[in-house]
Design a protein. Sequence first.
Length: 247
Amino acid sequence: MLAEQRMEAILAELDREQAVSVAQLCRATGASGATIRRDLNELARRGKLNKVYGGAMPVREEFRGGEPDMEAKRELRTQEKLRIARYAASLIQDGDVVFLDAGSTVMHMVDHIQAPGATFVTNSVECVQRLPLRGLRTYVLGGVIKPGTLAVIGGEAMEALKTYNFTKAFLGINGIAVHQGFTTPDREEAMVKARAAARARETWVLADSGKFGAITAAAVLPLEGARIITDRLEDRRYLEYTEIKEV
């Protein structure tokens, strides 16, 4: 069986079973385990499946409606968010002008910033409460405070962003998908994120592994528009579009 025929057979088996093992694929194709593992690597690179320990699963992208409030977000994947936040904070240097948005992982950065000479601009009510307590020079955008995420949004915030140039912007996100890019449920919050990214020399999205494959209502940026810091990347397709740091 030729390689392309074998990979078609693998995908057909996966379509029938929804999860397949290397041993199962060896039986179905008559190929060795080493050959099947090479085929799985290639199919994962093409974005045709997700390779998992001992086998493979289908690629699934899920539309997610609604948004948990900040209190609920704090309880989700806490250890992963802390690792991501610590690494992100280490990127900030004295002299930087930094935008921090209202993402729950971004908020965790504040306790780990070691750059007293940096300047911070934020649309996060929680960040603006905590940054000055660490002696950090802080500006807050004006506008409407969104219940739930405590993000400052609206026309006033958008106009204020036009007056800044950032060396780095750090954004939280709700969904990351290959074709839809970075998304978030709220259109006005998406607009603030996109405007901040447009004003930044570097933009970093902070996203735990659960955000990959998710799509929400409002587009923020294409994948090429930001680098990503995450705890784990299973779908290697994303590396074709942007830089990703696993921590």
